[in-house]
Design a protein around this ligand. Sequence first.
Ligand SMILES: Nc1ncnc2c1ncn2[C@@H]1O[C@H](COP(=O)(O)OP(=O)(O)OP(=O)(O)O)[C@@H](O)[C@H]1O
Length: 253
Amino acid sequence: MLELSRVSKSFKLKAGIYQAVDDVSIEVKAGAIYGIIGASGAGKSTLLRMINLLEVPDSGTVTVDGHILTEMSDKRLRKERQKIGMIFQQFNLVYNVTVSRNVAIPLELAGLPKRERINRVQECLDFVGLTDKAEQYPAQLSGGQRQRVAIARALANNPKLLLCDEPTSSLDPVTTADILNVLRHINESFGVTVVIVTHEMDVVKTLCSHISVMESGKIIDSFSREDGGFQPAAVSSGSYRDQILGKAGEAHV
Ligand SMILES: Nc1ncnc2c1ncn2[C@@H]1O[C@H](COP(=O)(O)OP(=O)(O)OP(=O)(O)O)[C@@H](O)[C@H]1O
């Protein structure tokens, strides 16, 4: 479904070049919920943003659903991006328009006729349980409700892939559990592949079938709980693997 092959990204800072992502390769199978965990500054968000080319890699290739995004024209890329939804820690809603308009915006950009747009907005708001908030403004909603609007917006164009950048880091534990359930429901109901970046151990523990640990711009460990088989860590990721799996290999999702 998704393949990052030897992607790197550096930023020019006053102090010099900073290597945020360093020669990373990952493969995400269709239908997976793939977690990327690591400390602040490890390069997780930069890596995630390279999947839809919000951040253009310096080198390496990004392939989504058989299409090589890194080789596409801008026009083609805009089209392909419609198949990739994204949600953020700070929701990134448009605050001066209503909830329903927020969800409608990607449909307008995709050129969907008005009647179909209205129906699709309603479907998406129904799915996240916010039908009654359609004409409210984001500022009138709680954090969890705002993230639900962002999820509805991300789902509007029926994406095959949903990218989640610290989606629960601004939320309390109860609301976090609630949003994780919505993400699981999207994965199970629509077969949407989910890639989630987080520094919260509980998020990957409860949600993810595959996990990569990131440190200093590199993936230092990757493992899966799906088939009970775990690849040995290239470099020990110590507490992450142990805490996620319990004593290595014993825990199951
Ligand atoms: N646009 C940018 N310009 C300069 N430096 C950047 C830019 N984006 C990210 N960085 C730097 O790259 C490093 C990795 O950032 P990134 O946000 O990918 O890490 P992260 O693991 O997601 O951490 P966090 O959870 O704190 O966001 C950080 O040191 C950050 O300051």
